[in-house]
Design a binder for this molecule. Structure first.
Ligand SMILES: Cc1cc2nc3c(=O)[nH]c(=O)nc-3n(C[C@H](O)[C@H](O)[C@H](O)COP(=O)(O)OP(=O)(O)OC[C@H]3O[C@@H](n4cnc5c(N)ncnc54)[C@H](O)[C@@H]3O)c2cc1C
Length: 458
């Protein structure tokens, strides 16, 4: 049976290792070694639980259970990993589903009802029904296009500038794959979900399973792959700690990082990989000793309002289970996301300094201006996430096809997983890892959810 090396211990790499070693497939891998460059697993899945019970997430903070393949698959994985009792889900009737947009120095609810369609709802200046009318006559796109251009074509410039732009501002998109399973019934009323200890609980649990005697994966921290070469149908992985010759490599590292470690003879592949850019995001987590004045998921900002401020997430409204224990008094947690495509502008505004205190003050100012909370925060945490969200510009899909074709045509024992290629959401990362691995192992066994006990923590 074949041996595999996985590059990167984020959610894509851990999922690849998990599916490669799963019992019940027709030909699972005999051995999997995973190399992680840093001193922790999880990649962007990174959470802290404070002594008073409050949870801060520094990367993803929720998963969408969407009724399509990738969303269902993550729920299925969590159930397989025994995380059922740790799932915290948001019911579709919960007020925390309401989304807002910040425009003209005010927070406005995103239009969501039929009534909203026939009246003028701020911040828009004309009725949505006109945009629906316009949509009927919209020209059809012939190739992939930017979200702004899609919104302009379908809904007009005003919607594109405010709604479309606010939605794409953090640039988190993903593919849609239809699938129907009993899990669908299980999650009928969910709109999003997380885990009691934060999203990192998913990667932590994967690590526990992977290192259990059943799976026996070899997971290595502080071991960066520095060179990847191919010889006689095998792959040779050179790392800080030596050399491994293996049957197959699953690379989950950012495309540009992979380009750096490929040999000169595959420079054509490296050039394509290098052309996939990513943006950096500054995450400012804040806890205030007051109740949130807003009920909802959070608000986004169109770039015309304030480029470097991407949006604010009202974490306590969405997952109050992750608030500090009530005996410590009222509290509300918020995340201010800064940077993205406006990272350089942000840096310029900060006088070129990456000082976390400066970003903390910036985040507090945003909360004071947008939500009118002027109290001193009880907790502040800032993290700078470099090149964390790959950007899928027009032509990305064709580029990915060329990259995959190059690997196939050259018979390289290499599979590409991770957020650089076919979706950046956690759901997409896990699902794409599964699809890639199943090309070798055959389909993984399906777990039927136990729907007799309904005790999810809504
Ligand atoms: C701030 C933020 C908020 C987000 N919010 C959401 C959300 O709410 N919901 C959602 O679904 N998604 C969200 N996402 C997106 C999602 O979290 C990421 O796309 C996903 O976690 C990427 O996982 P990955 O395993 O592909 O990559 P990574 O997490 O980047 O993992 C790659 C790993 O490879 C390691 N590595 C790099 N080079 C080497 C090397 N040479 N050798 C060995 N190891 C190496 C890195 O240290 C890293 O641990 C968010 C992302 C960010 C940054």
């Amino acid at each position: 049976m074949a041996k595999a090396v996985v590059l990167g211990g984020g959610i894509s790499g851990l999922s690849s290792a998990y599916y490669a070693l799963q019992e019940g497939t027709s030909s699972k891998f005999a051995k999997v070694v995973l190399l992680e460059a840093s001193n922790r697993f999880g990649g962007w899945l990174h959470s802290t639980k404070f002594e008073d019970g409050a949870v801060f997430d520094y990367g993803p903070r929720s998963f969408r259970p969407t009724y399509v393949g990738s969303g269902l698959n993550t729920v299925e994985l969590a159930l397989k990993l025994g995380l059922r009792d740790d799932i915290i889900a948001v019911d579709k009737r919960d007020p925390s589903n309401v989304r807002y947009v910040y425009k003209d120095k005010k927070v406005h609810q995103m239009p969501g009802t039929i009534l909203d369609a026939i009246r003028v709802v701020p911040p828009l200046k004309r009725r949505l029904i006109w945009t629906a009318y316009q949509d009927t006559f919209a020209a059809k796109a012939t190739e992939d296009e930017s979200v702004h251009s899609f919104c302009t074509r379908r809904y007009g410039k005003e919607i594109a500038d405010i709604m479309g732009d606010a939605m794409v501002h953090p640039s988190i998109t993903g593919p849609m794959v239809s699938m129907s399973k009993p899990i669908l019934h299980y999650i009928t009323n969910w709109t999003m979900w997380s885990l009691k200890e934060g999203c990192q609980q998913l990667s932590d649990t994967l690590v526990k399973h992977l290192t259990s005697p059943q799976m026996s994966a070899e997971l290595q921290l502080n071991n960066k792959c520095t060179k990847l070469t191919f010889k006689d149908g095998a792959a040779v992985v050179t790392s800080d700690k030596g050399e491994i010759t293996t049957d197959h490599v699953f690379s989950s590292i950012y495309a540009r990082d992979l380009a750096q470690i490929l040999p000169e003879e595959h420079s054509e592949l490296a050039q394509e990989l290098k052309a996939i850019p990513a943006v950096s995001v500054i995450v400012v987590n804040l806890e205030y000793p007051v109740e949130s004045p807003m009920k909802g998921f959070g608000h986004l900002l169109p770039s015309i309002e304030d480029g470097p401020v991407l949006g604010v997430v009202y974490n306590s409204c969405v997952f109050p289970q992750q608030d500090r224990i009530q005996q410590k008094g009222k509290s509300s947690r918020f995340t201010v996301m800064l940077g993205g495509a406006w990272y350089d502008e942000l840096l310029e505004r900060m006088g070129g300094s990456l000082n976390p205190n400066g970003f903390a003050l910036f985040g507090m100012k945003v909360i004071a201006e947008h939500l009118k909370i002027t109290e001193k925060p009880s907790k502040v945490d800032v993290i700078i996430q470099n090149d964390c969200i790959p950007q899928y510009f027009v032509g990305h899909n064709e580029r990915v096809e060329r990259i995959f074709k190059y690997i196939k045509d050259n018979n390289l024992p290499l599979s590409l997983v991770g957020s650089s290629y076919k979706g950046v959401s956690v759901n997409d990362c896990i699902y794409n890892a599964k699809l890639r691995v199943e090309k070798f192992t055959g389909p993984s066994p399906y777990v039927s959810p136990d729907i007799s006990k309904e005790h999810f923590a809504f």
